[in-house]
Design a protein around this ligand. Structure first.
Ligand code: NAD
Length: 358
């Protein structure tokens, strides 16, 4: 038997933030980062909707949240005792909030609402929380249905000020989620429907969003959420497994790593007939020739058009450093929870060969 379920309620469209008025009178812990809390002016837009609420703000989240940070967050959560945790930000604040609520315990646990401010991770609808053990240089996803939020609020107005580099990084994360989910071992017609729609929407909108077009940013926010639903059901693959292993060591933005890896991973997976057919189908949906090769070429052109790097050396990682770390990165990637979802079986040597291309 197979199962496809969509758990969080998704509130979206113009003025979706009005949904926050349902939380009137509650005790709300907002989990966010310093930029969003103090420099963007956006936190005020959230607070003004939380009528009559007791509010506390945990604003310490940093990109790629660490175990130490989550422990601090658990302390803050227990001290305040909220009935609702409101994650406000990109994947980092959302994942941190998911992990904080999970580890703080409580019966029942506080409700979790997520408001994404980037169009990238889809974390608002997934049972993943990606954490980093900074001392060991390892980044890995926790996966548990208990991490699923109760409600996702998608309000595109929050993305107006996202700078082009963040739009590019997070947007390539959307394309990678959709592409990996559509070929993953556990993909089904239900997850494919979401993933294909997400891929085509992101393909059409990403360069316009990068140029600052606000309706394209709104399309990317929906595509990000659709891709999240797709990969949450279908699983991912070695692109994400390698991006986690590299991110734990070199602290390069997650979407930028995915963008570097995706064409190499697609070339590797194209030896699998079903994966090759699905890449060809995605290419056709984007108006390209219906072949894996056309899709791989298209992804490379998309990445170049967004001004993104192709190589780790462009991100400050010396070739010698990568070569010395190759075996450890390949081992970490093979142990990552995303690796078994890959459509083509993979060995440590295969992963090292892909890494050498970077
Ligand atoms: P992020 O949350 O780390 O944010 C990146 C930067 O963008 C930060 O400096 C932040 O302050 C800024 N920013 C966020 N919103 C903004 C806005 N509206 N305007 C201006 N600046 C804004 O980045 P991300 O790519 O959204 O999340 C990455 C994290 O999510 C990684 O740790 C990654 O591994 C994880 N991730 C999780 C899942 C999941 O399902 N849980 C999936 C993919 C990735």
């Amino acid at each position: 038997m197979e199962l496809f379920a969509i758990r969080p309620e998704i509130k979206f469209g113009p003025d979706a933030l009005a949904a926050l008025e349902e939380l009137a009178g509650r005790r709300v812990l907002i989990v966010t980062d310093e930029f969003l809390a103090h420099k963007s002016g956006l936190l005020e837009k959230i607070k003004e909707r939380l009528k009559g609420c007791e509010i506390s703000v945990f604003d310490q989240v940093k990109p790629d949240p660490s175990l130490k940070l989550v422990a601090q967050g658990v302390h803050a959560l227990r001290a305040f005792g909220p009935d609702t945790v409101l994650a406000f930000g990109g994947g980092s604040p959302m994942d941190c909030a998911k992990a904080m609520r999970h580890f703080a315990g409580g019966n029942p646990p506080p409700e979790l609402w997520c408001i994404p401010t980037t169009a990238g991770t889809g974390s608002e609808v997934t049972s993943f929380a990606v954490l980093t053990d900074a001392d060991a240089g390892i980044k890995y996803p926790l996966v548990d249905d208990a991490l699923l939020p109760d409600c996702a609020v998608l309000d595109a107005s929050l993305l107006a000020g996202v700078p082009p580099a963040v739009t590019a990084d997070t947007g390539m994360d959307v394309l990678t989620h959709a592409a990996e989910g559509c070929v993953a071992k556990r993909s089904t017609p239900f997850s494919d429907a979401m993933g294909e729609k997400a891929f085509a929407m992101a393909w059409r909108s990403l360069s316009h969003a990068h140029a600052g077009d606000s309706s394209a940013k709104g399309e990317m926010l929906l595509a990000s959420c659709l891709a999240g639903i797709s990969f949450n059901a279908a699983g991912l693959g070695i692109c994400h497994a390698l991006a986690h292993a590299l991110g734990g060591r070199y602290h390069i933005p997650h979407g930028r790593l995915n963008a570097m890896l995706l064409p190499h991973v697609m070339a590797f997976n194209s030896a699998d007939k079903d994966a090759a057919d699905q890449y060809a189908r995605l290419a056709g949906l984007c108006g390209l020739a219906k072949s894996p090769r056309a899709l791989i070429g298209g992804v490379k052109r998309m990445r170049a058009g967004l001004g993104m790097p192709e190589k780790l050396t462009d991100c400050g990682v010396e070739s010698q450093t990568l070569l010395a770390d190759l075996d450890g990165i390949a081992r970490a990637a093979l142990a990552d929870v995303c690796a078994p979802g890959n459509p083509r079986p993979v060995t440590r040597e295969d992963l090292k060969a892909i890494l050498k291309e970077l």
